[in-house]
Design a protein around this ligand. Structure first.
Ligand SMILES: Cc1ncc(COP(=O)(O)OP(=O)(O)O)c(N)n1
Ligand SMILES: Cc1nc(C(=O)O)sc1CCOP(=O)(O)O
Ligand SMILES: [Mg+2]
Length: 471
């Protein structure tokens, strides 16, 4: 069982701070340790007073826990003053805990209570210890006047700015993730009508939980989905303010955020879905396309990495003609402009490709689109485009391409979430030795290169592989 520390304030109403964090950690079967920085007198909509916990007691709480309750993650909320900042920074410097630490730099409660006036300079001794900080828009403005570089210069590695206070989108609440030296990402959660207390605390606690298991981008994705589910499911309200009661992992794609490299003003128009993809060979020449069309394959992709200019264009043009004649769902990898020009059935794009492709032009041209994904955040990027299918990979190690291996467990998990919404296909290291276990996931389709192109008898291999699909 994992142990998570919350270093935060006690809310007499039991809604936010330590109470909110404890609810989240308990829900995920973690042991919670409570390190109080302050005691506050609050109700659901009213604040009266705050009493700081003195430095010695703060130190004692940290030290006594270290012996028997070492943390696997830490969530930090209200810090009252520079003295507390220095106590915690000293503790973290002395004990190299090497665990994820999430800091939610709360300045004041929704009920009105001001917790602190800590500036970026005041927080400086602590900032380098954080895995990520999660200010809301006002707190972000307070800390660095919206100048992210200023935050990075102090040692902050990642910032997740919760945009609930900043209306920029018709359909969504938009949050922004800034990680040093990486392109910014925007997380779009569908607006819910309920007025909910303690969403900020709960989000950062969820993030601490998911950082135990996931890389940062996927942990943020999972935390958002779980919070959306919790908001959707709560029916408990006091005076019109909803209280979050239950937390769990969401398996409903509707709870997951739409993630994008730019702000989306509204939900996108869906691409038309593909027919079931079945056996989906990915090949690198016109010759292979012609051969496989003749062997009765009904979905094909041309993936050319060694041609350019006129030669490339002619190859794609010929493939489109062949596949059109054989009534094949034919996808062009990477070259979306040529797919549009020659009216291919679809394009297949990877995560880097979609950052530079003109998705609207593909949509307008009536060309379908498939998108590669290798984790939760990437399938939320795909979902924001509402594509024709989603590819999941690499399921197993492969010599065809250097790529992240996700394994069968993830395939099973993601198929459960995605299958009701999209045609799916699995890719990466799939052949006769494992195709049956892959298909047991209910993914429906398998894309492959070497199982056909490097087979001793490609025709026999293709016929045997086709027999796994009842199309
Ligand atoms: C069906 C299918 N799935 C995944 C990929 C990989 O596409 P991408 O990430 O764009 O990488 P490259 O193929 O361009 O190396 C694919 N081609 N097809
Ligand atoms: C092209 C490609 N894309 C992958 C992904 O995970 O996105 S795996 C992969 C290689 C697939 O080749 P083989 O069937 O020979 O393993
Ligand atoms: Mg590509």
């Amino acid at each position: 069982m994992k142990t998570i520390w919350t270093i935060a304030a006690l809310d007499s109403a039991g809604i936010s701070g330590i109470s909110a964090d404890t609810k989240v950690f308990n829900a995920f079967d973690c042991i919670t340790c409570n390190i109080a920085t302050a005691v506050t007198a609050q109700s659901v909509d009213q604040s009266v007073s705050l009493q700081k916990i003195n430095a010695q007691i703060l130190k004692d709480q940290l030290n006594v826990l270290l012996k028997k309750h070492k943390p696997d993650a830490i969530k930090m909320g209200v810090l009252v003053d520079v003295e507390q900042v220095n106590v915690i920074a000293g503790f973290l410097a002395q004990h190299q805990l090497n665990v994820p630490i999430v800091y939610d730099p709360v300045l004041s409660a929704s009920s009105g209570l001001s917790f602190n006036q800590l500036s970026l300079q005041d927080l400086k001794p602590l900032l380098k210890f954080f895995t990520i900080i999660t200010p809301n828009y006002d707190e972000f403005e307070w800390l660095c006047h919206k100048n992210i570089e200023q935050l990075f210069q102090t040692g902050v590695k990642a910032v997740y700015v919760k945009g609930g206070h900043h209306d920029v989108s018709q359909d969504y609440i938009v949050d922004q993730l800034c990680i040093k030296s990486e392109p910014d990402l925007y997380f779009h959660n569908i607006k819910q009508a309920k007025k909910v207390r303690a969403t900020g605390c709960s989000f950062s606690s969820l993030l601490a939980v998911f950082l135990l298991e996931y890389p940062i981008n996927d942990a943020i994705t999972m935390a958002n989905a779980s919070l959306q589910k919790s908001i959707k499911d709560t029916h408990v309200s006091i005076d019109g303010f909803y209280i979050l009661k239950q937390f769990s992992k969401s398996e409903d794609l509707n709870d997951f955020p739409d993630v994008s490299h730019h702000v989306l003003n509204k939900q996108q128009i869906p691409f038309e879905l593909c027919e079931p993809l079945g056996l989906y060979p990915v090949v690198d020449s016109v010759k292979w396309i012609k051969t496989l069309a003749g062997w009765g394959v009904k979905t094909l992709q041309i993936r050319i990495k060694d041609q350019a200019g006129e030669q490339l264009e002619q190859s794609i043009k010929q493939c489109v003609e062949i596949c059109h004649k054989h009534n094949i769902q034919f996808f062009v990898n990477d070259y979306w402009e040529l797919a549009i020009k020659y009216q291919a059935y679809g394009v297949h794009l990877g995560q880097e490709d979609i950052q530079i492709a003109d998705i609207e032009a593909i949509r307008k041209a009536g060309v379908k689109i498939g998108i590669s994904t290798h984790g939760e955040m990437e399938f939320c990027i795909a979902k924001s485009i509402k594509p024709s299918y989603i590819a999941i990979g690499a399921i197993f190690p492969t010599n065809t391409k250097e790529v992240q291996v996700v394994g069968l467990d993830n395939l099973n998990k993601w198929v459960t979430i995605l299958k009701v919404h999209y045609p799916l296909c699995a890719i990466g290291g799939i052949g006769f030795n494992n195709i049956e276990t892959v298909l047991k996931s209910n993914v429906g389709s398998v894309a492959l290169v070497s199982a056909i192109c490097s087979a001793d008898n490609p025709e026999l291999a293709t016929q045997k592989l086709l027999s796994y699909f009842n199309l």
